[in-house]
Design a protein around this ligand. Structure first.
Ligand code: BYC
Length: 318
């Protein structure tokens, strides 16, 4: 018994030394259960967000205003599916199966980003998603490139390369609309008004109200706090909005010289918690669609598994 405790203490010491040196933790390394669970929660929610995030954009593939816009949107949505797959694979290295991860999504145990529970009402919303939502995601994901878990950090490097193209795709749509007719300008501003506040919520609750931040910093899973990243996003986005003539829908937005960033108005946290707890405008629709498509795709998974089993048998019988 005493020996087991000593072995456990030694394992924890090795883990903490690695974290403190800034070394990556790899799947075969010993890690505390809390670290493993924290990562499964965050990485699976990240993967679910990428895949559920395909739905609001997919709504506009058949109605894109030109062939060029349609090709670009298709490529972007396909990228999001790919990001989900890297992230599910990275989460699986922590010892949880893909089917369990999906089950947690379907039963409401695992969350996905608040932002994908809002509807895409018109083409300007596709611009707002690319510019604001991918813009917010990049700020968060650039920081996560230095997260302590190797497979997550490497997935982020790859994902960030694609996200910056997504952000430019959205900004281009908004810039074009702002250079267009009065109606187009109004559509762009209306989309901005609807997506701005939910985009700020993507960074999670304020630092003092964020229960997971303490452990996340201790284990170097997070490198910047929710508020630090939110400010970074606001500072760069305000300038981009000015360039194309959009107004940020926040009368309290003001440059704070002493702090070196913009102060912003109050975020509606009731709306945030309502949404992440399943009662946003589109939660039920998003989940029902995922469950339906997942069930319809069962035969593909069964066929792939049968093929794998046949191959394995052929290899081991020879
Ligand atoms: N939405 O203690 P906190 C994309 C939850 S997709 C929902 O601060 P943490 C794209 C949080 O989970 C990119 N829930 O947590 C795709 C926790 O609840 P639980 C998506 C949220 O983990 C398609 C509770 O609130 N990016 O780019 O330290 C098309 C307390 O929060 C949210 C990621 O997933 C939220 N926004 O920090 C276009 C980034 N915020 O789990 C674009 C990876 C908080 O105890 N994730 N909650 O039930 C992270 O970096 C961190 O998990 C967060 C939250 C910053 C989001």
């Amino acid at each position: 018994m005493e020996k087991t405790d000593t072995v456990l203490e030694e394992m924890l010491k090795n883990f903490e030394e690695k974290i403190n040196r800034g070394d990556a933790i790899e799947p075969k390394d010993k890690m505390p259960d809390g670290y493993r669970k924290h990562l499964i929660r965050q990485m699976s929610q990240h993967a679910h967000s990428e895949v559920i995030g395909m739905q609001p954009e997919g709504n506009w593939i058949t109605r894109a205003p030109s062939l060029r816009a349609k090709q670009i949107l298709l490529a972007k949505i396909q990228d999001e599916g790919g990001h989900g797959l890297y992230l599910y694979s990275a989460a699986e290295t922590l010892g949880i199966s893909r089917s369990e991860l999906i089950n947690q999504l379907h039963t409401g145990k695992a969350k996905y980003s608040n932002i994908f529970n809002y509807p895409t009402l018109n083409w300007a919303d596709i611009g707002a998603i690319g510019w604001l939502v991918d813009g917010a995601a990049i700020v968060n994901q650039v920081s996560l490139q230095r997260t302590s878990y190797g497979p997550y950090s490497r997935a982020m490097v790859r994902i960030c390369k694609e996200e910056s193209f997504h952000q430019r795709q959205g900004y281009e749509i908004m810039a074009k609309m702002m250079a267009g007719t009065k109606e187009q300008q109004e559509m762009a501003q209306d989309a901005m008004n609807r997506w701005w506040w939910p985009s700020l919520m993507m960074f999670g609750p304020h630092d003092g109200d964020s229960p997971h931040t303490g452990d996340a910093f201790k284990w170097k899973i997070k490198r910047h706090s929710n508020d630090e990243l939110r400010h970074k996003f606001i500072d760069k986005t305000v300038q981009q909005a000015e360039v194309i003539g959009l107004t940020i829908p926040d009368k309290d937005l003001k440059w704070n010289e002493a702090k070196g960033h913009y102060d912003h108005g109050a975020i509606n946290w009731d709306e945030f918690y309502r949404t992440i707890n399943g009662n946003g405008p589109c939660n039920r629709q998003r989940l029902a669609h995922h469950i339906k498509v997942h069930n319809e795709g069962a035969w593909v998974r069964e066929a792939a598994e049968a093929y794998r089993a046949k191959k394995e048998k052929a290899i081991f019988n020879n």
